[in-house]
Design a protein around this ligand. Structure first.
Ligand SMILES: Cc1cc2nc3c(=O)[nH]c(=O)nc-3n(C[C@H](O)[C@H](O)[C@H](O)COP(=O)(O)O)c2cc1C
Length: 320
């Protein structure tokens, strides 16, 4: 039995599951695989590499996909939005910054505007900007985010804006998470870390192995891996990563790291190129602890739906 929610109806998809637009990991192939499985794949526009983006859309073939940008970065390079909109994405997602300057262009192009937020104040800002769908991202999430948890942020936004289509993100990696998100008032889920460990993922194979081996205890929110790449993230955001030698060396010494960049910069760039994840960061969420295999994305979607149905059926037997 499929789940029919406001999300599936608004986007015209079969299952209420979105692939998070993850920088590099969510490439055209992975986005297409999620869309073909009945969800919606969002290509990761990330930090805004035009050449990468030009390849990502054709790589999705005939699949109906969307795209997502890091908003503060898009503001530095706004013509990238035209590049993405030229491919007629089903949806355009903005995260981490004020969506207002871009909202009209996105909607005029016929794309559904999705805004990912980390606080209630940001949800208000997104609604005022004209968001069609809000993604409430909890701190459990992999990659960049803030400090509110999925468990409280989702119902608070659901109560505040009962008419907005709401998606939960952060910590959802199986059908239990999908069922929980629906119980909290969401219309669906946006999934990142679980799809990093999909067969079609664009993430480096060595990084995917780290996900399979890690516990949620092994992840930490930090600025270390932004400093190490000269990424100047706005205050309030940190990246959730799997701890490694580099984080052990610099956690709590971020200012000293910033002063040591002449030495660290080339070594860090080399580590990323070589797939050396003792030094390079693996962005991943607390859900790593429940991810133990690398199936095709379509199988992840199918499993998530079947498990959510089983979870809800089991819960129904408890209510006697
Ligand atoms: C490897 C990785 C890269 C990410 N890159 C981006 C990004 O470029 N833009 C963005 O909006 N979110 C990014 N995110 C965050 C996701 O949008 C999403 O909120 C998160 O993955 C959801 O939590 P989960 O990882 O527990 O599923 C990234 C997440 C991961 C794991």
């Amino acid at each position: 039995m499929p789940f029919v929610t406001r999300l599936t109806e608004r986007l015209g998809i079969e299952h209420p599951i979105l692939l998070a637009p993850m920088d590099r990991a969510a490439d055209g192939r992975l986005a297409a695989a999620v869309s073909h499985a009945g969800g919606l794949g969002l290509i990761g526009g990330g930090y805004g590499d035009a050449d990468w983006l030009r390849l990502a859309f054709p790589a999705a073939g005939n699949a109906r996909v969307g795209c997502g940008f890091i908003t503060w970065r898009l503001a530095e390079n706004p013509e990238l939005l035209d590049l993405a909109l030229a491919h007629r994405p089903a949806a355009l997602m903005l995260s981490f910054g004020d969506p207002a300057p871009f909202a009209d262009r996105i909607k005029a192009a016929g794309a559904v505007l999705i805004c990912q937020v980390q606080t209630v104040a940001q949800a208000r800002q997104a609604v005022e900007a004209g968001a069609d769908i809000i993604v409430a991202q909890g701190t459990e999430a992999g990659g960049h985010g803030a400090s509110r948890s999925t468990f409280t942020l989702v119902p608070e936004i659901a109560d505040g804006w009962p008419d907005i289509v709401l998606v939960a993100a952060g910590g959802v990696a199986d059908g239990r998470g999908l069922a929980a998100a629906l119980a909290l008032g969401a219309d669906g889920v946006l999934v990142g870390t679980r799809f990093c460990a999909a067969e079609e993922s664009g993430m480096h194979p060595n990084a995917r192995q780290r996900i399979l081996q890690a516990s949620g205890d092994d992840t930490v929110r930090s600025r270390i891996f932004d400093i190490s790449r000269d990424l100047d993230w706005p205050a309030g955001y940190t990246g959730r990563v799997i701890r490694n030698d580099h984080s052990a060396r610099w956690l709590g010494r971020e200012d000293e790291l910033a002063r040591s960049m002449d030495e660290v910069r080339p070594a860090y760039a080399r580590a990323r190129e070589d797939g050396d994840f003792d030094m390079a960061g693996v962005h991943a969420g607390e859900a790593v602890g429940i991810i133990r295999d690398l199936p095709p994305a379509g199988e992840i979607v199918a499993r998530m739906i079947a498990e959510a149905e089983a979870t809800i059926a089991r819960m129904a037997t408890l209510a006697r």
